[in-house]
Design a protein around this ligand. Structure first.
Ligand code: BGP
Length: 475
């Protein structure tokens, strides 16, 4: 197969906090990121972001003009329930009603995520996903969203990237609450999020709405840098912690024996243990047979080397190539593979990893129903020249990843759509505004949009359902 089907989704992805701005407008309450990015040491914040709150109609019109037939949006919990637990803010409901109606008007299918990193501040301060109360409040928030928007939204995702929440918040420390090297907290919060996910899937199914519900995971390939046993073990440990633990929860409805053993051993080396509460496994089991799709975010794979030292991580948040360090006690060290190029933020560019991961899901979780690649794209320092942006490296990146999807489809994997991260340039959580991903360039001074060369290329691909080179586009 060298073509995508007629109903394949060629989408663009966004997330509430990264695009909306208007953080204090119309009764929105604060989320954890408002505080995190307004600390004195922070160099940027989300107060304006891409001003989607006011410009959504323009962005959806542009999407339509550029052949984009799907958009990922997320609902800001603290816009709907300002303090996370109390009264509903009707203005917040009205905003998302308007956005969803505008999507439909422009023939852009909304894929709506309930949690994209932005826990309301009050719940975050009480422990975020380490506090089991957050689960109950999340279920209540989900119910309000299903009741308010479920008549028009066909595609729901519970969480975006529980691994990123856990890894970045508790291991790398570049997300709130900025804790480093605490693997036990990361694992416990992932488990609690999986329980919350499962409860929301069960709630949705009990409401007999017409749509589908899934979850979005970030899945990273983990490859040993050599054939040595130590390096293979490091790759397996990183894979289990980052990918397998939560895939098992969502698609097996339990932690498989080898997964559980590996996680328990990682935890014991880090003086921790996982607490599984009564009823957790039952709800995971129920949801595993009801989940409609897997959303897979894929940017990169890692190459692993055995590592016996203390944890040592440096996050490259500035785009200064070659500055990243990632060595995690009890897991391994992510090292440079000289044969694989990287972005300026040191993310290896490895489309083969996307093909491998898709095939692995099909083989290891045969009950998966279908996959959407819900994020993929390249952080790049775009040049803005006479209102034009020639982002050929981004086009090459996207083309190679779409080709990896075609390869996986040829091997029988069911992939129904692909969303470029991001639709327009957005705030990058721990990198700010110079790490651009969009199909549409945003001038953050005046919020004007300018379609990049990649937008024209993507439009053509969506139209002919076939891959072409960047040089096939006049720009
Ligand atoms: C994913 C998130 C997105 C987005 C993307 C790019 O983890 O779901 O919200 O930010 O990664 O990451 P970054 O902005 O760190 O480059």
């Amino acid at each position: 197969m060298s073509r995508f089907e007629e109903d394949f989704i060629f989408g663009g992805a966004t997330a509430a906090f990264q695009v909306e701005g208007a953080t204090k407008e119309d009764g929105r309450g604060p989320c954890c990121w408002d505080v995190h990015l307004n600390r004195p040491e922070s160099k940027f914040n989300g107060d304006k972001a891409s001003d989607f709150y006011h410009k959504y109609a323009d962005d959806l019109k542009l999407s339509n003009e550029f052949g984009i037939n799907g958009i990922r949006i997320s609902i800001s919990w603290s816009r709907i329930i300002p303090d996370g637990v109390g009264t509903v803010n009707e203005k917040g409901v009205e905003f998302y009603n308007n956005v969803i109606d505008e999507c439909i008007k422009n023939n852009v299918e909304p894929f709506v995520t309930l949690h994209h990193f932005d826990t309301p501040l009050s719940l975050f301060e009480k422990g975020d996903w380490l506090n089991r109360e957050t689960i109950d409040e999340f279920v209540r928030f989900a119910k309000i969203c299903f009741e308010s928007f479920g008549d028009r939204v066909n595609m729901w995702a519970t969480f975006n990237e529980a691994w990123a929440v856990a890894q970045n918040g508790y291991i790398i420390g570049n997300f709130p609450p900025s804790i480093k090297y605490d693997i036990p907290k990361a694992v416990q919060s992932m488990h609690n999020m999986m329980v919350a996910h499962a409860k929301v899937v069960e709630l949705y199914k009990s409401m007999n709405l017409k749509g589908e519900i899934g979850i979005v995971h970030t899945l990273e390939g983990k490859y040993p840098i050599t054939d040595s046993d130590e390096d293979k073990e490091a790759a397996n440990l990183d894979y289990t912690l980052s990918n397998k633990f939560m895939l098992d929860a969502c698609f097996k409805g339990r932690y498989a024996e080898d997964t559980f053993e590996t996680i328990t051993s990682i935890l014991s080396q880090n003086n921790g243990e996982l607490k599984i509460y009564d009823g957790d496994i039952e709800v995971l089991q129920a949801a595993a047979s009801h989940i409609d799709f897997l959303g897979m975010n894929y940017y990169s794979s890692h190459f692993l080397k055995g590592y016996k030292g203390e944890s040592n991580i440096y996050h490259n948040g500035s785009g200064e190539k070659g500055t990243s360090i990632f060595a995690l006690k009890g897991i391994g060290e992510r090292v440079n593979n000289p044969e694989v190029e990287t972005t300026d933020w040191d993310w290896p560019i490895y489309p083969q990893g996307l093909r491998d991961m898709l095939v692995r899901i099909k083989n290891e979780y045969p009950n998966y129903k279908k996959i959407y690649v819900t994020e993929n794209g390249m952080g790049y320092k775009d040049d803005f020249m006479n209102e034009k942006i020639d982002d050929t490296p981004r086009i090459d990146y996207i083309r190679r990843h779409l080709d990896a999807i075609l390869q996986a489809k040829n091997e029988g994997v069911i992939v129904k759509g692909y969303f470029v991260w991001s639709l327009m340039d957005v705030l990058s959580w721990s990198n700010g505004y110079n790490k651009r991903y969009g199909l549409f360039y945003v001038d953050f001074d005046n919020q004007n949009r300018y379609p990049k060369k990649s937008a024209y290329w993507f439009k053509k691909v969506a139209e002919i359902k076939q891959l072409i080179e960047a040089s096939d586009i006049d720009y």
